[in-house]
Design a protein around this ligand. Structure first.
Ligand SMILES: [Ca+2]
Ligand SMILES: [Ca+2]
Ligand SMILES: [Ca+2]
Ligand SMILES: [Ca+2]
Length: 326
């Protein structure tokens, strides 16, 4: 197993496309759907794509570009994460990515895109296949869950992830949540020197959950990039507020498929006027110094609700979060 580069080949030009549809009755081969224009709002849920990828792999370079373009087109309701398993020398780059894509999914090629927790799989760089696969997954019937997430910047490479998952089913929901912390422009590059997009760093959540019918599951965690590192020993203490996204996916605990996906960018705590990750006396002083400004006020001045003034509602918003991040 020391030389997995020989064991796991990338899928190059002319290779056979393996498209597997896992169903309750076994495995079936799918043909491409002709319906590539399905609008976003017709999906039952936001589809999740986990891409097993390697820095040494040429088709991975092109797939990184192609899936990014499909994502940015806005035509398809999906989130994706580049699980960068191997580095340029075929060493393990990220142990969590390795465990997920190799141990859990047993992928046999790079890149392999795993849709909705392995409902569908695509090996190789085949952008024309992507819309059809997304549409098939987007039209699956899934458990009726509603998830939302807010991620706050606490400064010093620290984020605070808050999630709510509502179970609208008539029965208890048992599942597993994963919250993937990604860099929108990754610190890692492809074999041809392009930056990965949505490059995985670590999980904010990776745990079983259970939600009674009609209930809302609420959880929060604080994650410090200084305390986490890749397999080279390089920590994530240099993450930037505007380059981090968190993708939360809820997996059914029987078939392991995705029932709900939601993503959130990192935002300043309402009231953190000086952007240092807390709401404290200096923020309060900054607001009070501008209190009563009728129009043209900025966030820095204290216009937290964005209506141009600095008034009681802005002050109340700041005081409601006073002490956070300190
Ligand atoms: Ca502050
Ligand atoms: Ca402060
Ligand atoms: Ca205001
Ligand atoms: Ca106002």
């Amino acid at each position: 197993m020391n030389n997995r580069k020989n064991a796991i080949k990338f899928v190059g030009a002319g290779a056979i496309l393996i498209l597997i549809c896992a169903t309750s009755t076994g495995t079936a081969t799918l043909t491409k759907t002709s319906n590539e224009k399905t609008s976003r709002d017709s999906y039952t849920h936001t589809v999740l794509v986990e891409v097993g990828t390697a820095q040494w792999c040429p088709p991975c370079h092109f797939w990184n570009n192609n899936i990014y373009n499909a994502y940015n087109s806005g035509l398809y309701d999906f989130e994706y994460v580049e699980m960068i398993v191997r580095d340029h020398s075929d060493g393990i780059l990220n142990m969590d990515a390795y465990k997920r894509m190799i141990n859990n999914y047993g992928i046999a090629a790079y890149p392999t895109s795993v849709f909705d927790g392995d409902y569908l799989r695509l090996e190789g760089n085949y952008p024309t296949q992507l819309p059809g696969l997304l549409n098939i997954c987007g039209n699956r019937s899934v458990a009726d869950l509603e998830a939302d997430m807010i991620v706050y910047w606490f400064g010093n490479a620290t984020i605070n992830v808050n999630i709510n998952i509502q179970n609208n089913e008539a029965t208890q929901y048992n599942g597993h949540i994963r919250a993937y912390i990604v860099e929108i422009t990754s610190r890692y590059d492809t074999v041809y020197g392009a930056d990965y997009h949505n490059g995985f760093l670590a999980y904010a959540f990776d745990k079983d959950i259970s939600i009674n019918s009609g209930d809302i599951y609420t959880d929060a965690t604080t994650w410090n990039g200084n305390d986490h590192a890749d397999n080279h020993g390089d920590d994530f203490g240099d993450i930037a507020l505007d380059n981090v996204k968190v993708i939360l996916a809820v997996f059914d605990n029987v078939n392991r498929y995705v029932d709900e996906t939601v993503a959130a960018l990192v935002s300043l705590i309402p009231g953190d006027l000086d952007s240092d990750g807390d709401v404290d006396l200096s923020d309060l002083a900054q607001l009070l110094g501008n209190y009563g400004t009728p129009s043209g006020a900025t966030w820095e001045m204290g216009d937290i609700d964005g209506d141009g003034d600095v008034d009681l509602s802005d002050l109340a918003a700041l005081l409601g979060n006073y002490g956070m991040g300190t």
